[in-house]
Design a binder for this molecule. Structure first.
Ligand code: NAD
Length: 502
C-alpha cells in the first residue's frame, strides 16, 4: 500500500529550514498523480547551506568533526545506518512511489545504503591508524610522513535512478573522511534523501555537517557548483550536466569527480548455457527499469547462435511482470517522469524510422492505461551509426548486433564515446580475461552483469567521467594528503657559507 510523502523543508544547519514557499510537485510515475511536494531551493538557500557546512567544518578548531577522531565520526555513521535499517520498509516504499522502481529493488537498495554507511564507518576508524604514515626518503637527515585530511566542504550532486543510494555513495565517504557536505539530490526523486535529514536529526549529527537542499539543477545545483566556498564537487548524472559542472569548477580551479553516462556492451559467446546467459542479459539492461548508468544495453551476440538466443531472450522478456512498483512480483515499473517517457518513445520511433527492427516491446503495455510505462524493448537490425546504438537511452531498451570473432566483438564494444562498464559471458575463462583487458571501461563483469559491492571501485573512462567512487578509492576522493618533512640532524644544513661573526 502507498504511504504519504512526509512534508519536509530544506535541511540546513541541523534544522528544517522554514519557510520555503516555492515547492516542486512529487508525481507518482505509476499513475501520474501528485502525491506530495518537495522544497525548491534558491541560490540564497544554497549559500546558507554552504555557510552552515563551513561553520561545521571549522567549529571548535575543527575538533567537533573535521579533526575529530575517525572513531568519533564512525559512531555517527553507524547510528545513521541503524536508523535506516529500522525504517527500511517505509523508506523502500517511499522510494518506489517516488521513482517508479519495483519495491523489491528499492528494499535491496536501502539495505545497500545502510551497508555503505557501515563500511565507511570502518574506514573512518582505520584512518586513525594510518595517520602519520612514514614515507621512506633517501636522506637520513630527514624524516617524512603523510597526514590525511578532509578536503573541506563538499558539494554532492546526485541523480534520480538510485536516489538515496547514489547520495550515500558520496555522503558516507565524505563524512567518514571528516568533510562537511551539502547534498543536492535530483528534483525528480528527492523524497528519501530528505528523510536522511530526519535521520541526521535523530542521531544528533552535529549541525551543518550534512545539509540537504532539494530543487532544480539550474536553481540549486548550478549555484552549488559555482560557490567559491565549496572545496570540491562530486557529481553523478548525465555527461551533458557533467560538462557544465566541469566548466563551473574550472573558473575556481575546484577539484571535481564525475560519474557520468554510459552505453555499455555485453558480449555473449556461443559456448554459454543459453538460459543463464539470457537472464543476465535481461538483468543487465532491464533492472532499475533500464535506468542504470552501467546498463549493458548494447548486446553483442556471436552470430553462430544468435537466432536461438534471441528466441529465448524474447520469450523471457515477455514474461517480465510490468506493473505498479508496489505490486508483488513487479520486475519493471514506469520510467521516472513524463519527460523520460517521451524521450524513450522518441528513441524508439527514431530507431524504427532509421530501419531497425523492434523484436519485442516498443510501446506502452496494453494492460496499463496510466503511468509512464514502456514495455521492455529489444531492437535488432541496428547499425553502428544509429542513434539507438550510440546514445544513452536510460530506459528499458536493449539493442542487438552480431559478431563473428573475438576481435570483431572487442572492436564493436570499444566503438563508443562512453567507457563506464562492459560484460562478457562465455565458458572460456581465458577469453573472458582477454576481453576484460581489451574493453575500455572502468568496470567489467564476467559471466554476469551489474553486481556492485561497496568495497570495489566504481567509475568510468572516456566520456563516462573520472575519479572512482566506493571502496578505498571513494574514500580518497574526500581526503587530501599532506606531506610533513622534518630535519632530524644536529648538524648545520651547510648549503650557504657562514659569515664570520663580528
Ligand atoms: P542530470 O545530469 O539531469 O541531473 C543530475 C543532477 O544534476 C540532478 O540533481 C540535477 O538537478 C543536477 N543538475 C542539473 N543541471 C545542473 C547544473 N547546471 N548544475 C548543477 N547541477 C545540475 O542526470 P539525471 O537525469 O538525474 O540522471 C541520469 C544520468 O545520470 C544518466 O546519464 C546516467 O548514466 C547518469 N548516472 C551515472 C552514474 C554513474 O555512476 N556513472 C550513476 C547513476 C546515474
Amino acid at each position: 500500500m502507498a504511504i504519504p510523502i512526509p512534508h519536509r523543508q530544506l535541511f540546513i544547519d541541523g534544522e528544517w529550514k522554514e519557510p520555503n514557499k516555492k515547492r516542486i510537485p512529487v508525481i507518482n510515475p505509476a499513475n501520474e498523480t501528485v502525491i506530495g511536494d518537495i522544497p525548491a531551493a534558491t541560490a540564497e538557500d544554497v549559500e546558507l547551506a554552504v555557510e552552515a557546512a563551513r561553520r561545521a567544518f571549522y567549529r571548535n578548531g575543527g575538533r567537533e568533526w573535521a579533526r575529530a577522531s575517525g572513531a568519533t565520526r564512525a559512531k555517527y555513521l553507524r547510528s545513521i545506518a541503524s536508523k535506516i535499517r529500522e525504517r527500511t520498509s517505509e523508506l523502500a516504499k517511499l522510494e518506489a512511489i517516488d521513482s517508479g522502481k519495483p519495491l523489491d529493488e528499492t528494499a535491496w537498495d536501502l539495505d545497500d545504503v545502510a551497508s555503505c554507511f557501515e563500511y565507511y564507518a570502518d574506514l573512518a576508524e582505520s584512518l586513525d591508524e594510518k595517520q602519520r604514515a612514514p614515507v621512506s626518503v633517501p636522506l637520513k637527515t630527514f624524516k617524512s610522513y603523510v597526514i590525511k585530511e578532509p578536503i573541506g566542504v563538499v558539494g554532492l550532486i546526485t541523480p534520480w535512478n538510485y536516489p538515496l543510494l547514489m547520495a550515500t555513495w558520496k555522503v558516507a565517504p565524505a563524512l567518514a573522511a571528516g568533510c562537511t557536505a551539502v547534498l543536492k539530490p535530483s528534483e525528480l526523486a528527492s523524497v528519501t534523501c530528505l528523510e536522511l535529514g530526519e535521520v541526521c536529526k535523530e542521531v544528533k549529527l552535529p549541525p551543518g555537517v550534512l545539509n540537504i537542499i532539494t530543487g532544480l539543477g539550474s536553481e540549486a545545483g548550478a549555484p552549488l557548483a559555482s560557490n567559491p566556498l565549496v572545496d570540491k564537487i562530486a557529481f553523478t548524472g548525465s555527461t551533458e550536466t557533467g560538462r557544465k559542472i566541469m566548466t563551473a569548477a574550472a573558473q575556481l580551479t575546484k577539484p571535481i569527480s564525475l560519474e557520468l553516462g554510459g552505453k555499455s556492451p555485453l558480449l555473449v559467446f556461443d559456448d554459454v548455457e543459453i538460459e543463464k546467459a539470457v537472464e543476465w542479459t535481461i538483468f543487465g539492461c532491464f533492472w532499475t527499469n533500464g535506468q542504470i548508468c552501467s546498463a549493458t544495453s548494447r548486446l553483442l551476440l556471436q552470430e553462430s547462435f544468435a537466432k536461438e538466443f534471441l528466441e529465448r531472450l524474447v520469450a523471457w522478456v515477455k514474461n517480465i511482470k510490468v506493473s505498479d512498483p508496489l505490486e508483488e512480483g513487479c520486475r519493471l515499473g514506469p520510467v521516472v517522469s513524463e519527460g523520460q517517457y517521451e524521450k524513450m518513445k522518441k528513441f524508439i520511433s527514431t530507431a524504427r524510422s532509421e530501419g531497425a527492427t523492434i523484436l519485442s516491446g516498443g510501446s506502452r503495455p496494453k494492460h496499463l492505461e496510466k503511468g509512464y510505462f514502456i514495455e521492455p524493448t529489444i531492437i535488432s537490425d541496428v547499425s553502428t551509426s544509429m542513434q539507438i546504438w550510440r546514445e544513452e537511452v536510460f530506459g528499458p531498451v536493449l539493442c542487438v548486433k552480431t559478431f563473428r570473432t573475438e576481435e570483431e566483438a572487442i572492436e564493436l564494444a570499444n566503438d563508443s564515446q562512453y567507457g563506464l562498464a562492459g560484460a562478457v559471458i562465455s565458458k572460456d575463462l581465458e577469453r573472458c580475461n582477454r576481453i576484460s583487458e581489451g574493453i575500455q571501461a572502468g568496470i567489467i563483469w564476467i559471466n554476469c552483469s551489474q553486481p556492485c559491492f561497496c568495497q570495489a571501485p566504481w567509475g568510468g573512462t572516456k566520456r563516462s567521467g573520472f575519479g572512482r567512487e566506493l571502496g578505498e578509492w571513494g574514500f580518497e576522493n574526500y581526503l587530501s594528503v599532506k606531506q610533513v618533512t622534518e630535519y632530524v640532524s644536529d648538524d648545520q644544513w651547510g648549503w650557504y657559507s657562514s659569515p664570520s661573526k663580528l
